[in-house]
Design a protein around this ligand. Sequence first.
Ligand code: FAD
Length: 424
Amino acid sequence: MSPDTAPTYYAATANDPTRYPKLVGPVRADICVIGGGLSGTATALMLAERGHSVVLVEAGRLANAASGRNGGQLIAGLSGEGTIKRQLGDAGTRLLEDVRYRGIELIEERVAKYAIACDLKRGWVEAAARPSHMGALKAYYEERRALGDADHLTLFGPEESEGVVGTNIYHGGIIDRRSGHLHPLNLVLGEARAATTLGARIYEDTPAIELTGGTRPRVLTPAGSVEAKTIVLAGNTDHKFTRGPLLGVQLPIGSYIIATEPLDETLAREINPHDYAIADSNIVVDYYRMSADRRVLFGGRCNYSNRDPKDLVETMRPRLAKVYPKLKDVRVDFAWGGRLGLTINRAPAIGMLEPNVYYMEGFVGQGVGTSHIMGEVIADAIEGKSDRFDLLARIRHVRLPVGEWAGNQILAAGMLYYRMRDLF
Ligand SMILES: Cc1cc2nc3c(=O)[nH]c(=O)nc-3n(C[C@H](O)[C@H](O)[C@H](O)COP(=O)(O)OP(=O)(O)OC[C@H]3O[C@@H](n4cnc5c(N)ncnc54)[C@H](O)[C@@H]3O)c2cc1C
């Protein structure tokens, strides 16, 4: 593992060691994508597939931020459904139906088409952490059933929990057999490779330091520049182009994962009999799954004030032991954290910063699927088919335009209320 790579289970099992060059000198392209996470790479691949010439610039290494550090849960739908329905009415409801499985479909298609080895599996569970949480899960199930879309969904009660998720701490839950899980870093690396085979040019260690929109969009980097017809900003929490409408739209939230030693087959089958990805229904969510080599990747402990815990393993281990008491003394081989982009209303933020400069960010904890949906929405908009883009760009976001530090303190104070609610 090179020192500029996060010490994650994913980096240790990455299956493509390619280092892409730094950009030196001026280049031209139809589209310049800024950011080489899930969003930027998925978008670059889609645009390259459609015959556009694409340059992608990544400040560090591909997927070294949230995209290569996340829980790998591939979840149907968008975050912030309530906001989207409330603000956009029937059109919003139709759009949500239209895109609900689109991220999953795109990933499944690409994994098959480009033979991307990223341990993709179907099966995801939302487990009720409180008896009262079953109400919302039942309502979701009934809504899907009324639409004739519940064949892949199964509700289960508390007495069935152990057989479904290998622990009896839950009060039931819902199984979604279309959602699933994967190795997100290997997905990004596979998509990046596929994009380059279609002619896209990728540059690592190449931060965009200035961008101009308008009639002659241009991206400046420390040793080069990209002249393009269109720029797509996919820098998530790390980009610094937060002036104007983006200031305070999303805040970076810490989330943390530990990966245990590989478990023997019998124990692995006992604690996760169906190899599902699992998330509980709390606001401060526990999320976990097995890796392909039978480690438990256990995530959670979102940190709204953005101060990382001093000892990640000791912070996370009690949560793991609560869910699976048998794992209380298991060896932990990897522990890491990352920053996800949280919008206050939890809906994705997508729009235009200037003429010919698109942005997308703030996918909260559903960025694996959402990045692919938004990549397609923006690719369509660039080609003049902008109905879905226009609708999503109408979502009004609460802004905390007070700078990141102050924003995180306000958020942490607000979240105390929800943390308390998780306890009762
Ligand atoms: C610990 C953790 C667990 C999570 N678990 C899940 C999960 O299980 N399922 C799920 O769906 N989502 C999950 N998420 C959220 C998900 O990872 C993100 O929503 C998603 O990765 C966002 O992808 P992105 O490409 O938009 O952003 P990022 O992954 O943050 O990538 C942005 C990239 O842009 C680059 N960049 C920024 N500025 C510039 C610049 N000026 N020039 C060039 N490059 C730049 C950065 O270096 C970075 O590589 C999790 C997030 C975290 C942190």
